[in-house]
Design a protein around this ligand. Structure first.
Ligand SMILES: Cc1cc2nc3c(=O)[nH]c(=O)nc-3n(C[C@H](O)[C@H](O)[C@H](O)COP(=O)(O)OP(=O)(O)OC[C@H]3O[C@@H](n4cnc5c(N)ncnc54)[C@H](O)[C@@H]3O)c2cc1C
Length: 359
């Protein structure tokens, strides 16, 4: 019977290093992850996406002596923000610096990185071949560089796309003057003039949360449903101004962010309002094309705020051998929650591979 480490040795010439001490060595002395273009490119686990979730999964797996490749297109969801908050031990860190640190730690454990996009995922489970003839790796991934990677398990850590309402000028401020999350940036705009642009019923909740941070919160209904009596009472109690109008444009000015309102709609006679910060509920669509290609079904979040890959314990999906972590599986997961989901999935995948080796 092979030992755990024998069975997990990668076919490519990379793999777990002995007793690494992440961060304690120079880049020169760090074990080199070999090119995944070499040999057979077959790994125990392929992690698609190298944000907080994917990196955390890769480290948990590599620390269990699993061969791991992370394929990452490098488009972090929060890359437009200068700082990430509520990240314990790294408060206010630049998002890019956080993942660079995580990547160094993963490389120290021998994780292979490919900076590219996975364009296609295929599983042998749907093959008509009898089990004894099927290859040991279950998955094949086509990558934008033309390389193909094979793996026994897949972690989808591709995050989500924030789809903003089509208001000219809005996207330009995303992550800076246009915000969505009171726990990510709310403290930084405390006490300021905050305009909430309504998109769904959840926007009322967003206004409620921001009212804890400022006495100057205005809610512009835009495309949100009209308030019910409970929401009206909540706005009255919390002192949130309600403006029943749509937004036609957002522009930066010396005085702040100017929001133009549709002519002829009631806004106390004003057709433009100035705020220090805007908040808006973007539609959070899971980046899940690869999951669909593998036979999975993405579901809509009951709140209407987006879509996600449904998972069971520790990120396991309904598609055998496929885990989903971070924002691809949970629209509301912040950095630390995404990291935690990656670690947990990594631990469960390692156990799953051991179980498989027991037959
Ligand atoms: C503007 C903004 C500010 C935020 N600020 C904070 C904050 O202050 N604190 C906080 O805790 N949270 C914050 N968040 C939330 C935070 O961004 C997420 O919690 C976190 O990014 C989720 O990590 P993830 O690994 O799931 O996804 P991501 O960080 O988005 O990483 C996913 C990675 O997968 C890659 N990828 C996608 N598809 C493919 C593919 N087919 N092939 C290869 N790679 C692929 C992407 O390019 C990306 O690099 C903020 C979000 C936004 C929008």
């Amino acid at each position: 019977m092979p030992t755990a480490s024998e069975s997990s040795q990668p076919s490519a010439s990379v793999g777990p290093q002995s007793s690494p001490s992440p961060g304690s060595r120079s880049a020169e002395s760090r074990p080199r992850a070999s090119s995944a273009e070499s040999a057979q490119n077959t790994f125990d686990v392929a992690v698609i996406g190298g944000g907080a979730a994917g990196l955390a999964a890769s480290i948990a797996l590599a620390r269990s002596l699993r061969s791991v490749v992370v394929i990452d297109a490098g488009q972090l969801r929060n890359s437009s923000s200068a700082h990430a908050h509520n990240v314990l031990g790294h408060e206010g860190i630049r998002p890019q610096d956080l993942v660079a640190k995580g990547r160094t730690e993963a490389e120290d454990y021998g994780v292979t990185f490919i900076d590219a996009t996975v364009t296609r995922a295929h599983t042998h489970d749907s093959d008509s071949r009898p089990a004894e003839e099927a290859p040991q790796h279950r998955f094949e991934l086509a990558i934008s560089t033309g390389v193909e990677v094979r793996a026994r398990r897949i972690v989808i850590a591709t995050g989500l796309s924030d789809e903003l309402p089509e208001i000219p000028g809005l996207a330009e401020g995303w992550g800076d003057t246009v915000l969505h999350c009171p726990y990510c940036h709310g403290y930084e705009v405390r006490g300021q003039r905050i305009g909430v642009i309504g998109t769904t019923a959840m926007s009322y909740h967003q206004a409620m949360l921001f009212s804890q941070l400022s006495d100057h919160v205005s809610f512009i209904r835009h495309t949100a449903p009209a308030p019910d009596s409970e929401q009206e009472a909540m706005f009255d109690t919390l002192g949130i101004e309600y403006i029943d109008s749509t937004v036609t444009e957002v522009a930066r000015a010396e005085s702040g962010t100017v929001v133009s309102l549709a002519a002829g709609e009631p806004a106390d006679g004003a057709n433009a309002l100035t705020f220090d910060a805007l908040t808006v509920g973007a539609y959070a669509r899971a980046d899940a094309d690869l999951f669909s290609q593998l036979g999975g079904e993405v579901v809509a979040h009951p709140s209407g705020m987006g879509t996600f890959i449904p998972t069971q314990t520790a990120g396991q999906t309904d598609v055998p051998g496929v885990w989903a972590v971070g924002n691809s599986a949970d629209v509301s997961a912040m950095v630390v929650a995404s990291t935690a989901s990656g670690v947990l999935a990594g631990a469960h995948i390692n156990a799953d591979l051991i179980m498989e080796s027991l037959g």
